[in-house]
Design a protein around this ligand. Sequence first.
Ligand code: UD1
Ligand code: UDP
Length: 373
Amino acid sequence: MKRILTIFGTRPEAIKLCPLVRQLRLRPDEFSVKVCVTAQHREMLDHALEAFSVAPDYDLNLMQTRQTLADLTARILSAVEPVLKAEGPDLVVVQGDTTTTLAGALAAFYRRIPVAHVEAGLRTGDMAQPFPEEMNRVLTSRIAAWHFAPTARAAEALLREGTPRERIFVTGNTGVDAVIYVRDALDSGALRAPEWTWLEPGKHIILATSHRRENFGPGFASAMRGLARLAARPDVRIVYPVHRNPRAAGPAHAILAGLPNVTLLDPLPYAPFVDLMRRCRLILTDSGGIQEEGPSLGKPVLVMRKKTERPEGVEAGTVKLVGADEDRIVAEAGRLLDDPEEYARMTRIHNPYGDGHACERIAEALAGEFSVL
Ligand code: UD1
Ligand code: UDP
């Protein structure tokens, strides 16, 4: 029996690790799996846990309003240590590139517990973009013993950095497993989304989200002005579930609240958000995970960032980088809305990031390779 402790804290980590927790629990003779949430996020994390019916074994409840990177890192290190001591797991699993990812991995390293990193090897090569996520990912790679790379490109980046080949597994992204699971559950009625009675049938939905730290300040305001200008079109409705980070929510509300054709919402639970992705005409976002989900649902994604650590969709032509520049946002979204050929080019269902079976591959790798530790 292999004793695994998963440590995660934010919405995207939960969306991408809960399907793995469920998969590992399908093999109770091989794995005992416990879940420790730092609650770096609170209600946004809880939404994701609910969508997958995962109840944490440890909830460190660490979120504070306007937490800083250093303070949160320190508090996670201190709070995780007693959990590691009490559980003494054979392996700690972390996901992605957040403060919880790095601090969870480091806490395990300090207790000499091997770490498996899910979604390993994504790189822009620029430590300032995304900030601080690029650094979090690079440091977590140095700590980890096992690397679950979503794509061949991510595996190549790890190999270039000297990661031993036998420690890398190309699995697909577990986020694609998540979105397919929820899409199918919506189709079967196992999960439900709201009726959205306020949506006007004649209008194109532009689904927007934004929260990247490197955009905070003038860049963020410029992106919001781009959305405001798009909302002047009578044929669109911008639906924008606003991230809870006050530095993202502040400018979003200041620039967009009350405009015609704009609906600002609280962060949505995962199933309603997936339903809106299915219904929308296009997505404008700086999110990492949504860049992966859009192509899986056949929706064009305009990414409000200068660089992406997920270039596979850009190369396939279904994801486009538009930066946080208002003119570019208005021009590129306008082109998609007005040019049917451009729209058709960007609207192909494909899965450059995974095929929906990543969790099975990770479970299989853990069942086999783990004995080497
Ligand atoms: C974090 C991650 C980022 C990830 C994003 C996903 C880091 C450094 N950043 O950014 O990589 O892409 O989550 O959304 O790890 N808040 C709430 N309720 C919530 C969540 C957040 O009120 O449920 C507010 C709090 O005031 C909190 C602030 O948002 O202090 C910032 O949260 P934090 O996790 O530090 O940063 P994010 O911008 O959410
Ligand atoms: N998401 C959600 N509700 C929302 C907005 C996003 O459930 O209101 C989901 C989205 O489908 C994706 C994940 O949250 O799976 C992305 O989270 P976020 O953009 O906060 O983080 P990132 O992926 O950029 O790290």
